[in-house]
Write a protein that binds this ligand. Sequence first.
Ligand code: PMV
Length: 315
Amino acid sequence: MGCAWSAPAKVIVFGEHWVVHGGLALAAAIGLRARAYGSPSESGLWVFSQLYRIGENLMESCSRFCNLLAGFRLVASSYGRSLWPARIRIESDIPVGAGLGSSAATALAAVAAYACVGGLEPGYDVLWRAAFEAEKVVHGNPSGVDNTVALYGGFILYRRGSGFKRVEFRGMRDTRLLIVDSGVSRSTRIAVERFTVRLERLGRLGRRLLETADGIVEEALAALSRGDSVRLGELMDVAHGLLNAMGVSHPVLEEIVWIARREGALGAKLTGAGMGGTAIVLVDLEHASRVKKALELRGFRVYEVELGVPGLQGP
Ligand code: PMV
């Protein structure tokens, strides 16, 4: 078995972007995973990616995997060690640049596999910090929600600086969440910068919008605990409208959201950084296949995945 570790992708159901500025986010781990396989190496710290079809020796230099190098360094320094040789092979089902937290899931699995090759079993604290270091290289100013969900799994209510809370839902058996890949790739860093500039320019109004965004998350939690999917869908529409107003939607995301609503979805919104990436669509069972078909006909890839799956898992 060796050092095989996996971590899940996530969707932010509510609160993306606002969470970078101290707002609340509700996120869920989903059933798409990144996997990392670690084995000993005579020399060099090799990372091989199935997706990019390249290998890189991080002892020499980094170009594609500088994020992983930052994570590996944090693990090593937490134990007062310098980097040790290893071979880490990465595979993933998670679409990249789609707002599903592929980088955080990959970093966590890779860091855990690397620690395992070094004979270590780091606790959650070290793993969280290592994945966060890796996220900083990719995103600039990450909130930490992605690496938190990838580590702990389930449903997470997150506020930057005050940690997270696991939340349990009875579930809404008569509804499905569709994840729709717009096929438009974008940078989280650029989206976060754009949102931040607008928020700062809005000043006092921006702070009021932040309070409104928090209010949406609180209402959503209440709707979820009542199993009120109609209300939840409405709240998704409102959350999307606010994100659009903040400049992080995209014409293709608008198209997805409008097709979904036209075909009878309960609600739809962008998820993650926006400006492309992914949208989520809440549907009741009656409309699920109709909405899915309409989106697929327009060429979008639609995933129907399990929500609230386990976080980091080892061999
Ligand atoms: O699109 P993703 O998966 O990179 O998610 C970004 C979520 C943001 O709230 C926009 C940024 C963050 O670090 O929380």
